[in-house]
Design a protein around this ligand. Structure first.
Ligand SMILES: [Fe+2]
Ligand SMILES: [Fe+2]
Length: 161
């Protein structure tokens, strides 16, 4: 996964007026592109979240998680890629750098959580269903908050770019 060393803000563009305009035009274009792609991803993940909540047994839960896992990883990679969402946000709203760093760390936690829940959903266990459901709920709550934070940062960046 991406680290913030890859998100360094270019020196040029910040110092002089003309370059600043160019930086803003590029940032705005990158943001607009990222915003559209991310919006579709978030909508798709919301639909999967509904399916997860509908799962009434382990096989159904495992089936949805197996579909969601690669989609989620691809989404995180897309957000973190060079010239992707986080890169554009870092350029436009450097004052939110800590929030962006936290979002990247959360990607790693979400990937671990979903893998762990999936592994246990596949087990033929008699007990522990209620606990698993509770974990799924907590996972979805955190994921929803994460995506909401990204949407809010995109709006903040769009207002500035
Ligand atoms: Fe994210
Ligand atoms: Fe996201």
């Amino acid at each position: 996964m991406l680290t913030f060393a890859a998100l360094a803000v270019p020196e040029q563009g910040v110092k002089r007026g003309a370059a600043m305009t160019k930086l803003n035009a590029n940032s705005r274009m990158a943001l607009t592109r990222a915003r559209l792609a991310i919006r579709d991803d978030h909508r798709r993940l919301d639909e999967m979240a509904v399916n997860l909540q509908k799962a009434s047994d382990r096989p159904a839960l495992a089936s949805v998680l197996e579909t969601m896992y690669p989609v989620l990883l691809a989404h995180f990679a897309h957000e973190e890629r060079p010239r992707g969402l986080f890169s554009a946000l870092e350029l436009c709203i450097p004052e939110h750098r800590e929030s962006l760093q936290r979002l990247i760390q959360e990607h790693q936690k979400f990937a671990s959580s979903i893998a762990s829940i999936l592994q246990r959903a596949k087990q033929k266990a008699e007990n522990g269903w209620a606990f698993l459901v509770q974990e799924v709920e907590q996972f979805l709550e955190k994921l929803h908050l994460h995506e909401k934070t990204e949407d809010d940062l995109i709006e903040a960046a769009m207002a500035k770019a």
